[in-house]
Design a protein around this ligand. Structure first.
Ligand code: HEM
Length: 216
């Protein structure tokens, strides 16, 4: 039986992955039921989350547990800022705001980044491995639904220019997870934090679904 850490964390979050994937907001977004304004609002929320994820990377880069995961080719804040300038215009910073669910998510990421490097890894995994996977489906739908140029402004968040081979990158990432230098008890705590990360994402989808209800 494969009980590697990468398999454990994947299996443990499987149910919540389905929940996030099939949330009303995601289904509406992918089903073409929402306007570009909803997509822009979602992108704004991602900006707050990634600022929290990437704000502490300089310090975390030298941490023995989180350090190996910190990779410049993953950084998304510059891409999100280009997307937001395209979606909202040059003055996007004047109107951008975090939903309460987003603020709670970002606060938890920041807390982990500051005080618990292994917990930070749970958040890192939940976002970046997802972006490299299902994110590509979201990009494809967004391009088709709202007419963004392929891999261009509006969907740059989903384009990892510096990751040549996402499948190979994900394999390497799973190897890093398997080599994480923490004991079994701490691995269980990281898995619990990953579940919390999924719940925090679902909370943001819930709030976005309330802001952008569809007729159905
Ligand atoms: C409609 C939305 C989504 C779709 C269509 C989707 C689809 C997928 C697919 C197809 C994979 C498998 C990739 C592979 O086997 O290599 C995957 C993996 C993953 N997704 Fe999603 N996903 C979505 C939303 C999310 C969300 C909201 C999160 C969390 C924030 C997330 C986190 C992950 C993670 C962490 C993995 C990697 C699992 C692993 O291999 O360890 N996904 N996703």
């Amino acid at each position: 039986m494969d009980t590697s850490f990468s398999t454990l964390i994947r299996t443990a979050s499987h149910e919540q992955h389905t929940e996030a994937e099939t949330s009303t907001f995601m289904s509406d977004l992918l089903g073409g039921a929402l306007g570009v304004d909803a997509y822009a609002r979602y992108t704004e929320q991602l900006w707050f989350v990634y600022k929290a994820l990437e704000g502490g990377t300089e310090r975390l880069a030298s941490d023995p547990v989180a350090g190996p995961f910190v990779r410049t080719e993953l950084l998304r804040v510059p891409e999100l800022e280009r997307d937001l300038a395209h979606l909202r215009g040059a003055g996007w910073r004047e109107t951008v705001s975090a939903l309460p669910a987003t603020a709670a998510y970002a606060a938890r990421v920041e807390e982990c980044a500051r005080t618990w490097p292994a917990g930070y890894v749970a958040h890192h995994y939940t976002r970046y491995l997802g972006d490299l996977s299902g994110g590509q489906i979201i990009r494809d739908r967004a391009e088709k639904t709202w007419g963004f140029a392929r891999k261009g402004d509006g969907v740059r968040f989903y384009v990892f220019e510096q990751v040549g081979n996402p499948a190979a990158f994900k394999r390497g990432y799973r190897e890093l997870l398997d080599a994480i230098g923490v004991d079994e008890l701490e691995q269980q705590r990281v898995i619990a934090e990953c579940k919390r990360a999924f719940s925090l994402n679902t909370g943001v989808f819930q709030a976005l679904g309330e802001e952008f209800p569809t007729a159905a």
